[in-house]
Design a protein around this ligand. Structure first.
Ligand code: GLP
Length: 241
């Protein structure tokens, strides 16, 4: 794992954007894996600005998002579908047909998991996966204890993850209890991974990531076994390392 230390959130976002833009510009077509949450919002803002100023085109880009809440429709302001359209897709020239987000309202969720996994495979796999990290080491919504062999699956969210994400909802009660997420093996199939982390709240997670053994108790630890991972983190997040 390569670590790039930057001074703050803004620099983390800029550095990550340079990397993504470089890839998008160098490949005629590519598949990007996308994350949600507070961490990549700045990155998406940088991509939008670059698209407007420098004309980087996303016509050849396919995207696959990591996860979605179970029970939230595409119209729900807290769905990751809405997040992606508000924070990125509606501001760039990507074709909606090329954007993929697992459905949290599919009648048969097991079938939806298989469908999503197959679509990623048919697209030729993910060239570059963007990741954030949860305080308990979750990546996507793969909570501690998730099998490293898992493909796209349904998860029960831990109380700490629901509490961390409650800031986007009007109450903790409203935070869904389940989600559909790419699995650890889906994420590990990506050819390259960019993990972003900013701020004090990520200190412990990054320390554990660097120091703990590879274990399903701390899902992100598996990244140490991937051949091409870059962590872009700010000084606050890296303080304990
Ligand atoms: C969420 C998402 C993850 C994200 C993580 C950290 O629950 N499912 O993909 O990386 O938690 O979120 P944040 O960036 O807001 O700290």
């Amino acid at each position: 794992m390569r670590i790039i230390e930057v001074s703050d959130y803004k620099q983390m976002s800029e550095k990550a954007a340079q990397h993504v833009i470089g890839k998008v510009r160098s490949l005629d077509c590519m598949t990007l894996g996308l994350a949600t949450g507070g961490t990549p919002q700045g990155l998406y803002g940088e991509l939008i600005e670059d698209h407007h100023v420098n004309g980087t085109s996303y016509k050849g880009v396919k995207t696959f998002n990591l996860d979605e809440y179970i029970g939230l429709s595409k119209k729900d302001p807290n769905s990751y579908f809405q997040y992606m359209y508000t924070n990125l897709f509606s501001h760039i020239d990507i074709s909606p047909d090329n954007t993929h987000i697992p459905s949290g309202t599919a009648a048969d969720l097991g079938e939806e998991c298989d469908r999503y996994e197959n679509m990623m495979e048919e697209a030729g796999g993910i060239d570059l996966q963007i990741l954030g990290i949860g305080a308990n080491g979750h990546i996507g919504f793969n909570e501690p204890g998730t099998s490293f062999q898992s493909g796209t699956h349904i998860v029960e969210l831990t109380p700490s993850t629901r509490e961390a994400n409650a800031r986007y909802f009007s109450s903790l009660e409203e935070v869904p209890r389940k989600a559909i997420t790419m699995g650890i093996s889906s994420i590990m199939k990506s050819r390259e991974i960019l993990l972003l982390a900013s701020g004090k709240s990520k200190q412990e997670a990054l320390k554990k990531l660097m120091e703990n053994e590879v274990s399903e108790h701390f899902p992100a630890s598996i990244l140490k076994e991937h051949p091409n991972v870059t962590i872009i983190a700010d000084t606050d997040a890296l303080k304990l390392i």
